[in-house]
Write a protein that binds this ligand. Sequence first.
Ligand SMILES: NC(=O)c1ccc[n+]([C@@H]2O[C@H](COP(=O)([O-])OP(=O)(O)OC[C@H]3O[C@@H](n4cnc5c(N)ncnc54)[C@H](OP(=O)(O)O)[C@@H]3O)[C@@H](O)[C@H]2O)c1
Length: 325
Amino acid sequence: MPEAVSSIPRVLVEQGALSPGHQAAPQPGRGELLVHVTLAGVNYWDVMQRTGAVPLPASGIPGVEGVGVVAAGGDGTPADLVGRRVAWSKVTGSYAGAVVGAADWFVPVPDDLPDEQAAGLLMQGVTAQYLATDTAPLGAGDAAVVLAAAGGVGTLLTQLLVAAGVRVVGVVGSAAKVEAARAAGASEVLVDDGDDLTAAVRAVVPDGVAAVFDGNGGPDAPRALGMLRPRGWLVLFGTAAGPIPDLPAGSLGAGSYVVTRTAGKHFAGEAATWRTRAEDVLARARAGALTVAPVTVLPLTEAAEAHRLMESRSSVGKLLLRPKG
Ligand SMILES: NC(=O)c1ccc[n+]([C@@H]2O[C@H](COP(=O)([O-])OP(=O)(O)OC[C@H]3O[C@@H](n4cnc5c(N)ncnc54)[C@H](OP(=O)(O)O)[C@@H]3O)[C@@H](O)[C@H]2O)c1
């Protein structure tokens, strides 16, 4: 029998963010897997679920990512999946001891990839992968700015861009994050401390960069246009700092700029597309070309602390939650 989900985050329950009580893990239906969670990944998406910016599932349990072991499969799923280690990034209710989801959204993890890597790769890694390969057409010798370069997406995106020969100028919110951005491969790291960031970028790349990757959004987002070279791309992919103001199309004529606001569902919204990207990310990690670092593992009962770290801009790299032990 599948075991009960006994690890609902206590602190979130106390804050009223989750339904209190002991919830039984549902049985896998046709085409579904029941997976015991070894580690759940923490993403900014989960903060948005908790604060209501995006919907929580009916269970009230946040989280969409993790690594674990298949405990049971419903009708129509391959029997040899039971006992396999799998990872996922689109299965709701992942801050738990067990999850149930459609088998298509779980991908087997190579034996030689540790749980701490596999658990943190797919949400931020698939995002970084589509940003690096399917937005701004960058090539060797181009320069790009990555905001929040010490964050989950930021560290992985920086690694992918650097591997493609791009010179990355990382931007971080505090001096404590400089080392993580450098370790990811950024050749210059700027601390966004309230001074003129556009001027700071121009000081290191006088002609402007070919792309700015901005997952922060917020009222400052339009300043990135001033960092671009002619025909440069502003790739907006998140709103950690708040909503993105409207940009008048006419202002793009100053440099024939291209602006996109991406949503993951348009790049990895179908299971087959997501899977191709996820397998690419896992293969790169296995080859040592992509590393989740630094990794901080907290007990699942400290899920609220994980969110506090992320919302206060104190998190660096990847936060993971361990349901047991
Ligand atoms: N469009 C997509 O497909 C997609 C997919 C996944 C994630 N995202 C978005 O990408 C962004 C990064 O996600 P992540 O999970 O990798 O998180 P993360 O970067 O690990 O953490 C968020 C970071 O955002 C930065 N930030 C800037 N202003 C902030 C503010 N006012 N409050 C909180 N954080 C602020 C902070 O870095 P600094 O202190 O260094 O500035 C913070 O560490 C988020 O906006 C997320 O929603 C988009």
